[in-house]
Structure formats: C-alpha cells, structure tokens
Ligand binder design. Structure first.
Ligand code: ADP
Ligand code: MG
Length: 249
C-alpha cells in the first residue's frame, strides 16, 4: 500500500536561463489523485511533460515504479500513461470517434471489434452521447470536447492519467458537474492520476494529495486541511486566503 508510482528525485528543468523547475522531489502514490496547483508559470505543465517524457530533465532522475525513466524505456512507459493536454488538443478535422481511437489504430494493439466495444464503454463512463461520435471536434461543446479528450486518454487503459487543466476553459456550471463526474471516474477506475488546476476548491474536492507550487518549487504538499491549518509559509496561507475569498472552502 501507499506505493510510489512516480518519483521525482532532485529533478531540475531549465530552458536557457529560465528555471522552469528548481531541484524538486515529488512522490506520486499509486491509485491516488495528486493535484498540482499554483500560479501561472510555476512549473505545473513542465512536471507533466517531464513525466510523460516530452521533456528530459536538465538534472535529476524520474522513476516509474521504482525504475529510472530513460530513453530506452520512455516509449513503452508512455503507452501506460494517458495525457489530456490543456485545451484538449483534439484534431479538428477528425470526428470524435477518430480522435479517440487514433492512437489505438496506429499501434494496432486493439482489434477493430474490441475497439468498438471500448468506445461504447468509454461513452458510458464519460457520459458522452454516442450520436456525437461522428461529429467533428469543432461541432462539440467545450464539455463534450473534454469528455472526448478523456476518452482518448483512456483508450489504451493506462495505469496513469495526466490531466493538464482539463476543466480550465469551461463555464462554471459545466465545470462543476464535470468535477463531480471526474472524481467519480477516478474513484471507479482506481488509476494513479495527476491533475493540474489553478482552482483550490477543485483541488480540495478532487485531490487526495495537493501539491502547491510557486516559481518552480513545491511550497507544500498535503491535504487541503494540512494546507489550511498548517501552512508551510506565508505564500501558502496567502494563496489559500486569496482563493477562499472567491469560493467558500
Ligand atoms: P504552468 O503550467 O505552471 O503555468 P509551465 O510549466 O508551463 O507553467 O512553465 C514554467 C516556466 O517555464 C514558465 O516560466 C514558462 O515560461 C517556462 N517554459 C515552459 N516551457 C518552456 C519552453 N519550452 N521554453 C522556454 N520556457 C519555457
Ligand atoms: Mg500549464
């Protein structure tokens, strides 16, 4: 129990003079939902890109199930991770169904018949209307696009789900209902989830563990109660207070 699925050890990411991520240690516990939160530019998306291997750390080590991630194993590991990028990243000239099945078809690991069943299951799981599958991404609502992105991330039945502000662009009503649904889906699937948000109420609602970041560093990791009642520093309490004025936590 409480095994670390993904571990960052002294991971640093620089782009020229920009330190996107200062030397960072992070443990992502298997089966839990870990939420990364913090001001814009603090390094949240960088952490996801490092984990999925789109970026190679300037220094430090990333471990997946205790083994270092390297050029040799990253492609195999990537197939065990589903990634929902900011704004969904659907191909506009493909239908919803084509977007969802693109990777599985490319890899040819799933039979056509099985893929159809999978598609049906995923529609049910994400409550996406089946008659929407033949629509192009541009013909879908924001909420439906995010459901399709989530279906796509789940097609290969990954162990790990990485979601970068999946609800960021949605209006408040749609956002609230999708928060509830996402939490249910994560609980049902029992996968290891890392979700990025800038909304503390969302982080507290969905996350088992919250990682509050500031300027390329982790300011504090814990539960919402830890952060509220035992803030590590001034920044943590100010961040919580600023968000509490918007939403009663
Ligand atoms: P967040 O997702 O928390 O808003 P990011 O992880 O995207 O922040 O970015 C962290 C910092 O790294 C920012 O200062 C950003 O401008 C910088 N950064 C991210 N990606 C690149 C890149 N490819 N080239 C240069 N700077 C980058
Ligand atoms: Mg980001």
């Amino acid at each position: 129990m409480n095994e670390s699925k993904i571990t960052l050890r002294n991971v640093e990411m620089r782009f020229g003079d920009v330190v996107a991520l200062d030397s960072t240690d992070l443990e992502v516990v298997e089966g839990q939902t870990t939420v990364l939160i913090g001001p814009s530019g603090c390094g949240k998306s960088t952490i996801l890109r490092l984990i999925i291997g789109l970026l190679t750390p300037t220094s430090g080590v990333i471990e997946f199930e205790g083994k270092p991630v390297s050029q040799d194993n990253i492609l195999a590991l990537r197939r065990r991770m589903g990634y929902v990028i900011q704004d969904g990243g659907l191909f506009p000239h493909l239908t919803a169904a084509q977007n969802v099945t693109l990777m599985a078809k490319h890899l040819q690991t799933v039979q056509e018949e099985e893929l159809q069943e999978k598609l049906d299951d995923l529609c049910e799981l994400t409550r996406f209307p089946k008659d929407g599958l033949t629509r192009y991404a541009v013909e879908l609502s924001g909420g439906q696009r995010q459901r399709v992105s989530l279906m796509r991330a789940l097609t290969l039945d990954p162990d790990v789900l990485l979601l970068d502000e999946p609800l960021g662009a949605l209006d408040p009503m749609v956002r609230a209902s999708l928060q509830t649904e996402l939490k249910e889906i994560f609980n049902r699937l029992g996968k290891t989830v890392i979700l990025v948000t800038h909304d503390m109420a969302e982080a507290g609602y969905i996350g088992d563990s919250i990682v509050l970041m500031r300027a390329g560093r982790i300011a504090q990791q814990g539960t919402l109660d830890d952060l509220r009642e035992r803030p590590a520093d001034e920044f943590v309490s100010e961040f919580i207070t600023a968000q509490r004025s918007l939403v009663q936590l």
